[in-house]
Ligand binder design. Structure first.
Ligand SMILES: Nc1ncnc2c1ncn2[C@@H]1O[C@H](COP(=O)(O)OP(=O)(O)O)[C@@H](O)[C@H]1O
Ligand SMILES: [Mg+2]
Length: 245
């Protein structure tokens, strides 16, 4: 469960309203896609819900823990895959995962189980003892994905996670997201890739210029707007004409 209440975040001394009075609640057991064009406010929202940034106003709850009042407890609730790599390049992949497992107090048996499973799934076993600085973009992305799940968090948050993944890893990730929410956990990811969102998400929210302009199941939103794709809905809502072929 994730809840935002009247959350606002500005930059440049108030000149940019990156997130503008955002209120929404996302239940567990669902894959939630947070959609919007470049600069809409997606990354800022994810940084607010992970405590990397503080809001100017508003409140955020993760599994009923108030993020601003109990940041340490709230931060234990989630795993986060950021859109950039802020990793320790000198560590090996294995050392990085071990570091995260230590940080989250994951037991020896569990951490081995999770590492073995995910390293096989994302075909990273061969590289795991190499330093991260030798990893390709896609390999780093996969390592971040595995690291974010090492403690099997209640809430899994991912910022543009499909970027840079090869087709097999993309497929594995989408399956992972579906499976992960089945036990009541929450999957929250941002993307501007609408056809993936349409097929993958139980619910989506569309953010435009910092404001939530639509929220619901993709089928319902498309039906209400009498369109057949999320792309058409998106273009209607953001006031853009589809390019004529
Ligand atoms: N650190 C920052 N300083 C100033 N402006 C920023 C900063 N980060 C983002 N912005 C601005 O806030 C808005 C939302 O950005 P962002 O949350 O990154 O959007 P998205 O992830 O949807 O592309 C944009 O106008 C962007 O230029
Ligand atoms: Mg972004």
């Amino acid at each position: 469960m994730i809840r935002f209440e009247n959350v606002t975040k500005t930059y440049a001394g108030g000149a940019t309203r990156a997130v503008d009075d955002l209120t929404m609640e996302i239940d567990g057991g669902k894959v939630f896609g947070f959609l919007g064009p470049n600069g809409a406010g997606k990354t800022t929202t994810l940084k607010l819900m992970t405590g990397i940034l503080n809001p100017d106003q508003g409140q955020i709850w993760l599994e009923n823990v108030d993020l601003l009042k109990n940041p340490i407890d709230a931060k234990r609730m989630f795993g986060f895959v950021p859109d950039s790599f802020e990793m320790f390049e000198r560590l090996t992949g294995k050392e990085y995962l071990t570091f995260l497992a230590d940080l989250y107090h994951v037991g020896e048996k569990e951490r081995k189980e999770h590492m073995d499973k995910y390293l096989a799934r994302y075909e990273l076993e061969g590289a795991i003892n190499q330093p991260i600085r030798s990893f390709s973009h896609g390999m780093k992305q996969k390592l971040q994905i595995i690291g974010s799940l090492i403690h099997q968090p209640r809430i899994w948050i991912l910022d543009e996670p499909m970027v840079g993944l090869d087709p097999a890893s993309m497929h594995a990730l989408k399956q992972e997201m579906r499976d992960y929410c089945e036990s009541g956990k929450t999957v929250f990811f941002s993307t501007h890739v609408l056809d993936v969102a349409e097929r993958l998400c139980d619910e989506v929210g569309i953010i435009h210029k910092g404001k939530l302009i639509a929220r619901g199941a993709p089928e319902t939103l498309m039906k209400d707007d009498m369109v057949s794709t999320l792309e058409d809905l998106f273009l209607n809502l953001t006031g853009k004409e589809k390019e004529k072929a």
